[in-house]
Design a protein around this ligand. Structure first.
Ligand code: S3P
Length: 177
């Protein structure tokens, strides 16, 4: 399972689609699965049920998908903060797409469908999440000023390098390496 994490605007969905094409794996987006399951948009879900309820549903969905069949899976920007998700991600290849706060805002500012964008203290939340992404990542790729295709190629090259270093192609634990 290849899981993409990173802040809103990191390019998880765009790069995830490219990776799924290159690797011949299905692409799954947790936000879309949540919307299907909730029967409403994430914006509406936040408005009606609040963020804690969203985080619970999000964690359930992420854990199910990580346990499911092989795929490229894009997580919502806040998903990696849930303890159950952190535990489940230990069995996955976790690609952290890094983006600076400034570039993330250029990419997503004003998007009405991302309720977290209008919350106070967004930059502090961004700062806090950096260590969360770092702690779950097995691979980190910078995205500022880069085209999605180049980022996707970078991920594929790093995946190939990891397989070569590990005869048999099994996944070791890249954390802390
Ligand atoms: C969120 C990010 C969104 C979505 C929800 C909450 C967050 O996903 O899950 O609006 O807390 O950062 P993207 O990262 O795909 O925008």
């Amino acid at each position: 399972m290849i899981v993409l994490v990173g802040f809103m605007g990191a390019g998880k969905t765009t790069v995830g689609h490219l990776l799924s094409e290159h690797l011949g794996l299905p692409f799954l987006d947790t936000d879309l699965v949540i919307e299907q399951r909730a029967g409403c948009s994430i914006r509406q879900f936040f408005a009606e049920n609040g963020e804690p309820a969203f985080r619970e549903l999000e964690s359930q969905v992420v854990c199910e998908l990580v346990d499911g069949s092989e795929a490229v899976l894009a997580l919502g920007g806040g998903a990696a903060g849930h303890p159950d998700t952190v535990t489940r991600l230990k069995s996955a290849q976790v690609v952290y797409l890094q983006v600076t706060y400034e570039e993330a805002m250029l990419r997503v500012a004003g998007d009405q469908y991302r309720p977290m964008l209008s919350r106070p203290g967004l930059e502090e939340l961004y700062q806090h999440r950096l260590s969360v992404y770092d702690s779950v990542a097995t691979m980190t790729v910078a995205t500022d000023g880069r085209r999605p295709e180049a980022i996707s190629q970078d991920v594929i090259a790093q995946l190939a390098g990891q397989c070569q270093r590990r005869p048999g192609g099994g996944r070791g634990d890249g954390r802390g390496a």
